[in-house]
Design a protein around this ligand. Structure first.
Ligand SMILES: [Zn+2]
Length: 268
């Protein structure tokens, strides 16, 4: 599943390529992904130009010239590809007046697309916590949220109402760098340690953005390429392989239905 760094990479690629272009037509090959009637979706986008592209959590927001928005949540397997080859997973084709196009491909069809006048009409945005790079996401905010939580810290990092955009891969990596056991109760973590976790949340995400994300399964950036952070993962997907710090085997446990990778020796 694309997480914040992967979606940020897509947004930066799309910004460079699409800003100012005019949607000449929208071809919907699969209504299932739309959260409104096809005619309404197409009508709101056609003949509008791309005013700007941004991200909130794991959603791509394409601002349209009329002041409305095209919001795309790629979820598990969605891909936005500029000028790629159509294949059987190409669900929606956005054609531009200059002859170029943007494909929305989605193998498993969990993605959601909406054209809305107001971002409040996207349910996901109404429950989402602060962005990890926003001033609001401070160590003091984290301490406030952690004091109220008896859940394992890993589950807190994955909670979108607490912080936007962190998924399973980066939660594991952040906890490894923080030398913090993933099963530790959030309310039992010291203020000092919370500052460490806060610092590594931003560090890991920034590094992953700089390397254009990690390529697990289907992720491709806006140019159809894989991300390069994959090779830098310390624990995620590395069960049984040596911990980069102590060389003991990386362990895997299941937490809230998701695999957690960690080093039992380095993370306390
Ligand atoms: Zn270790």
């Amino acid at each position: 599943m694309p997480e914040l760094p992967e979606v940020e990479t897509i947004v930066r690629d799309l910004s460079k390529s699409l800003e100012g272009k005019i949607f000449s037509d929208v071809i919907v090959r699969d209504d299932f992904l739309l959260r409104q009637r096809r005619e309404d979706f197409v009508r709101r986008i056609r003949k509008k130009s791309v005013a700007g592209i941004s991200r909130r959590g794991k959603a791509v927001i394409i601002g349209l010239s009329c002041g409305s928005f095209l919001v795309i949540q790629p979820m598990m397997t969605g891909q936005l590809v500029i000028d790629g080859q159509e294949d059987r997973h190409s669900r929606i084709v956005f054609n531009f007046s200059d002859g170029t196009r943007l494909l929305y491909n989605d193998q498993r069809r969990f993605g959601q697309l909406r054209a809305v006048d107001d971002l409040k009409d996207v349910p996901y945005f109404n429950i989402l916590g602060p962005e990890p790079f926003a001033a609001q996401f401070s160590p003091a905010y984290m301490a406030w949220a952690f004091r109220r939580s008896r859940r394992p810290v890993k589950n807190s990092l994955l909670d979108h109402t607490f912080v936007a955009g962190i998924g399973n891969i980066y939660a594991c990596e952040i906890l490894f760098r923080s030398a913090l056991a993933p099963r530790r109760q959030a309310c039992r973590i010291s203020e000092e340690k919370i500052k460490t976790v806060h610092r590594f949340i931003r560090e890991v995400l920034n590094e992953a953005i700089a390397h254009r994300g990690s390529s697990m399964r289907n992720y491709r950036d806006g140019r159809g390429r894989k991300g390069a952070f994959h090779g830098r993962l310390a624990v995620y997907g590395r069960e049984g392989l040596p911990c980069p710090r102590c060389r003991r085997a990386v362990k895997r446990v299941i937490q809230a239905g998701r695999s957690t990778f960690y080093c039992g020796h380095c993370q306390k």
